[in-house]
Design a protein around this ligand. Structure first.
Ligand code: CA
Length: 495
């Protein structure tokens, strides 16, 4: 991968009008020319909320917007035909597609069953607070709208380890299901709440070998149907890590393809847990660098009192550079969302420079930074808020610099708490490559950096457009490169 860049091509509040697949197809050429190489598309299958479902509420994995189920043929993002056409259009433009895979849970079951459960304490799921007893659970999925096309598999309580609703009494609680394959939760790595196997809806039980076989068959069908290039795995913190080892190995071996895979193990303050997941899955799965995103959030809040020299401390990109997908925002951290942790607008160009212009990490750009967004919703405080997100000025310039100039040896000048810089020396393969990046979270300042003798006497300009004047590199290769307060400048050869 040569300075590959990923785009998360959706946000939580994207309109529920079935237009996303067509929007992507129409934008593919332009995205490629901006410097993107891959896009992460949202879950393509039908969710329990039908035409308005985000897809993180999986109902029928085989319904990609083809069957009249949950009140709609199309999904929130469009129809199956539009999805296939969009992926093809992207691939023809040179963009890879990573499909979002949601296999922790299912919701919107077609029928109830009487099942034996034990209730647990929400804060400690290992604490069983009832004797085994029967409840009515929504655990039977027959997909009448699909009528057995593509798969005859019927899901029932043998396929699930937990639910949160007893239809007989209309009570809500967390119920651990007793089935043939296990009694109690599956082991997961995360120890939050005692055991964090259960997240929501009907929790899939991977101890059932028929479930694992069905999901492998589904993976084959999905790939042969839409031809994605890789995967983004949802909610892996709540799943047995061995399941995806088996699932990915099956597909990678069967099709002899890499299927680049990044997982959502969202642990912004628990890097050791992320390392443990990486080891448990044998380095097969990259992870989003949640700790780095948390550092960006903190920097943007603490402003000039943050220590920029420590921005990469305790992050995945520092400890596992080859497996880190670096990001500034996603659909969960954006304003008013469940894991809201929004990086302030002023810091975002700096954060993007930190993920796009360095040698380590696979950067992922968030949709709203390219397109902006406007929406209203209830926040975590229960109040209704209006949000306007401006498209991020400077992002396209940073993408251009990444694609054309940010190559070669990296030398850091992490000199003061308020201002850091680094130089990319450039390389032979990219004409006129090499650049010097300067960040300041304090006032206007400048960093002396060594650009290399090949640039001696050459004229540099600020590709971020914050300075009009030019700078001539000294005969010894050094230059004093300025940056405005709370900003980033990127100095490179004037061409
Ligand atoms: Ca689970």
């Amino acid at each position: 991968m040569e300075n590959f860049t990923m785009l998360q091509f959706f946000e939580w509040y994207y309109p529920e009008d079935g237009s996303l697949w067509n929007h992507y197809a129409a934008e593919a050429q332009r995205l490629k020319s901006l410097g993107f190489d891959a896009v992460w598309l949202p879950p393509a299958h039908k969710g329990m909320e039908g035409g308005s479902a985000s897809g993180y509420d999986s109902y029928d994995l085989y319904d990609l917007g083809e069957f009249d189920q949950k009140g709609s043929v199309r999904t929130k993002y469009g129809t199956k035909d539009e999805l296939i056409a969009a992926i093809k259009a992207g691939q023809q433009a040179g963009l890879q597609v990573y499909s979002d895979i949601v296999l922790n849970h299912m919701g919107g079951a077609d029928e109830k069953e009487v099942v034996t459960v034990r209730e647990v304490t929400p804060e400690n799921r290992n604490e069983f607070v009832s004797e085994p007893r029967e409840i009515e659970a929504y655990t039977r999925f027959t997909f009448p709208g699909r009528g057995g096309k593509y798969s005859q598999f019927i899901w029932d309580h043998q396929c699930f380890s937990g639910v949160d609703y007893n239809a007989a009494t209309q009570e809500t609680a967390i119920y651990s299901i007793q089935n043939e394959y296990g009694d109690g939760w599956q082991d997961v790595l995360d120890l939050e709440n005692g055991n964090f196997d259960y997240l929501m809806l009907s929790d899939i039980d991977f101890r059932n070998p028929h479930v694992r076989e069905e999901l492998k068959r589904w993976g084959e069908w999905y790939y042969e149907t839409v031809g994605m290039d890789g995967f983004r795995l949802d909610a892996i913190k709540h799943m047995d890590p061995q399941f995806f080892v088996e699932w990915l190995d099956h597909l990678r071996n069967k099709y002899n393809r890499e299927f680049y895979t990044v997982g959502e193990y969202w642990a912004p303050y628990d890097l050791p847990a992320m390392h443990e997941y990486i080891e448990a899955t044998g380095h097969r799965i990259s992870l989003f660098d949640a700790p780095l995103q948390a550092n960006f959030f903190r920097a943007s809040k603490e402003s000039s009192s943050f220590d920029l020299r420590a921005v990469f401390e305790d992050t995945l990109v520092q400890t596992h550079p080859g497996l880190a997908v670096t990001l500034v925002e996603n659909h969960d951290t954006q304003p008013l969302q469940s894991l809201e942790q929004t990086v302030e607008h002023w810091f975002r160009p700096l954060a993007y420079a930190l993920i796009l212009l360095r040698e380590s990490g696979y950067p992922c750009v968030f949709y709203t930074d390219l397109y902006g967004s406007k929406y209203a919703d209830k926040g975590n405080d229960g109040e209704l808020h209006d949000v306007t997100l401006e498209k991020l000025e400077g992002l396209e310039a940073l993408l251009h610099i990444r694609k054309n100039m940010a190559y070669g040896q990296q030398t850091d000048y992490f000199k003061t708490q308020e201002s850091i810089g680094w130089v990319r020396a450039g390389d032979e393969e990219h004409e006129n490559s090499g650049c010097a990046v300067v960040l300041s979270i304090g006032g206007e300042t400048a960093r002396a950096m060594q650009l290399g003798e090949k640039h001696a006497g050459k004229t540099f300009v600020d590709y971020m457009g914050h300075f009009d004047h030019e700078i001539v590199i000294q005969e010894d290769g050094w230059a004093e490169l300025p940056v405005k307060g709370g900003s980033v400048s990127v100095w490179a050869l004037k061409v």
